[in-house]
Design a protein around this ligand. Structure first.
Ligand SMILES: Nc1ncnc2c1ncn2[C@@H]1O[C@H](COP(=O)(O)OP(=O)(O)OP(=O)(O)O)[C@@H](O)[C@H]1O
Length: 309
């Protein structure tokens, strides 16, 4: 378990992590989301003691990281995939880490196999592609068979097969009862992997929710209805807090009634429906809505890609 309480980091007069509290629980994949510069990497660096907090605290299995005698067995992390000695082979890099914790060579072989690196284990890491570097970083994170796995942008640079591999691996690790935390700035990708979401912007907590709740809240609440008798159906659907718009003679967009209600009303009055479709807002749009005010680095088009709900 990772527990952050009022965690705060300042660089000069800029507060990059601002009284952030969240918990990463065993048996779950927690997606840690935020736009560029939101403070995700800084938070993760504080979890493993690479940056010191200015206020608040973060514990790993109940203690600050530095208080663990064999931290690789508590938490495995992938922070900077390229922070590896380029002259070392993948095997030697993992062996060097293994020596620090008395981990057996057989475990090194195991994680090399698990990460799909067997054919390149003897190659120098300096020649690795970004995707191979990510795989090596994940192998290193798993070396100590830790109860917590924390990965910063693990699918960055991976091909589709690699993305699927990470997705399945993280699911498996969580199903084994481990606490898994991964950061990303891609909502839709994270929603496919995670159970829980911690969303931040400008270092502050914006949402702490389940993926299921985030998805259902992202629904626009409108239902598209296609029928041959739009003019006849329209007055039947009217009610308090119901708004109905129409873009063509046989189509209605209804807000304030769900699809089931609309279907039942139409059936009661013998109106045939061709289509009854709840309208979803894309997850990426819902994420952009949530983080819009907290985005530090706007692109020229930011804010213009949102479809009318
Ligand atoms: N060592 C440092 N000195 C000064 N400012 C820093 C330092 N490290 C990070 N920052 C600033 O802190 C803020 C948060 O950075 P951080 O890398 O944690 O964000 P992030 O959410 O991981 O972003 P990204 O998705 O782009 O990786 C940024 O504004 C960054 O410029």
């Amino acid at each position: 378990m990772i527990e952050a309480r009022q965690l705060t980091k300042r660089y000069g007069d800029k507060t990059v992590v601002d009284h952030l509290s969240f918990t990463v629980k065993p048996g779950e994949v927690t997606g840690f989301l935020g736009p560029n510069g939101a403070g995700k990497s800084t938070t993760m660096r504080m979890v493993v003691g690479l940056d010191a907090a200015d206020e608040g605290s973060v514990t790993v299995n109940g203690r600050p990281y530095a208080r663990h005698e064999a931290p690789l067995h508590e938490i495995g992390s992938l922070l900077e995939a390229k922070s590896v000695h380029p002259g070392r082979t993948a095997f030697n890099h993992l062996m060097a880490l293994a020596y620090t914790h008395g981990i057996a060579r057989s475990r090194v072989d195991e994680v090399i196999e698990l990460a799909g690196l067997a054919s390149v284990a003897g190659q120098r890491v300096g020649a690795f592609s970004l995707g191979m570097g990510q795989r090596l970083g994940i192998a290193a994170a798993l070396l100590g068979d830790p109860a917590i796995v924390m990965l910063d942008e693990p699918v960055n640079g991976l091909d589709p097969e690699g993305v699927l591999w990470v997705r399945n691996l993280l699911r498996q690790l969580a199903d084994e009862g481990r606490a898994v935390m991964l950061s990303s700035h891609l909502m839709s990708e994270t929603a496919q992997i995670a159970d829980h979401l911690v969303i931040i912007g400008r270092g502050r907590l914006l949402a702490d929710t389940t993926v299921d709740d985030f998805i259902s809240d992202a629904g626009s609440g409108a239902v598209k209805v296609a029928t041959a008798d739009a003019a006849g159906l329209r007055p039947l659907l009217v009610g308090p807090d119901v708004t109905i718009t129409s873009s063509s003679a046989d189509e209605l967009m209804v807000r304030g009634r769900d699809a089931r209600e609309i279907g039942a009303i139409a059936a009661r009055h013998g109106v045939a429906l061709y289509e009854l479709t709840p309208q979803a807002v894309s997850l990426e749009e819902a994420f952009m809505d949530l983080t819009r005010d907290a985005v530090e680095y706007h692109s020229a088009q930011a804010g213009t890609t949102r479809k009318a709900a």
